[in-house]
Design a protein around this ligand. Sequence first.
Ligand SMILES: C[S@@+](CC[C@H](N)C(=O)[O-])C[C@H]1O[C@@H](n2cnc3c(N)ncnc32)[C@H](O)[C@@H]1O
Length: 258
Amino acid sequence: MSGIYEKNRSGGYEQNISEGYEKNVLRPKNVWEEFFADKRSGGHRSSAEEFLSMEAREKLFHLNGGKTILDFGCGAGELLVYYAPEYEKTIGVDFSPSMLEEAGKRIRERNCKNTILILADDKTVWDRLDSPLDRITAAGVFQYLTYQEIDDFIFNASTYLNKDGKIVLFDMLDPRLYPLWKIGLFSQDNSCKKIISKAICGVRNTISSSLKRRPRDILGYSHYPGKIKKIANKNGFEMICVQSMYYEYKYHAIIFRS
Ligand SMILES: C[S@@+](CC[C@H](N)C(=O)[O-])C[C@H]1O[C@@H](n2cnc3c(N)ncnc32)[C@H](O)[C@@H]1O
């Protein structure tokens, strides 16, 4: 079954993207939910299918099997459609109706009959699940959650994860590398003048956004791997950190039971 579905009372899934549903169940409530409310792509370095398929291959390698998977913050389904053929059951979750609409189109085009989409966020998703999962993953999403929200997410995820299950958080922003990338230090065209001017711009942006109480940039917050590991340990998991293959300033957190 594919499309945008909500679980009904009798345990089946029914298509539910009516205006009333969106208004009643999920109203934009934080700055990120508003930001993504009309977005239609996951902002990958390239939207070419060739690049997305390489990215997905790297992610499938780290996911390393399992039969059921939940892709939290699935966005427009750019990776989800590559996960679907490798799993018996695939669930995509996102709080952006426009992103889910795009994901719906993609899964129909690819005929991913084992995939359902759920409109929910990090707090509401858990009530929508009816069976344990082998993999809970997210790519480029946790930068929109605070440490406390990540802690709550991992705690909730642990209650829905099978014994050998894994939580795999792809493309976390590394606070030690991200500022360097932002000023162009990893770029091939990195003259001293350009780096200094980008650094000054960055400082100016940081001050102005903190005065306006707005996020510093659209990529969200960066999170130290050590802190994520502590959160994982607190919830009974081990964590290993792997450098992202396609983004120099991002890492993957692979979280599994001790
Ligand atoms: C940068 S996009 C990545 C999309 C997708 N994972 C990919 O790699 O193509 C981030 C996605 O996370 C979703 N998102 C962010 N915070 C969320 C939250 N708290 N609950 C549900 N979705 C969220 C956004 O709506 C957006 O679709």
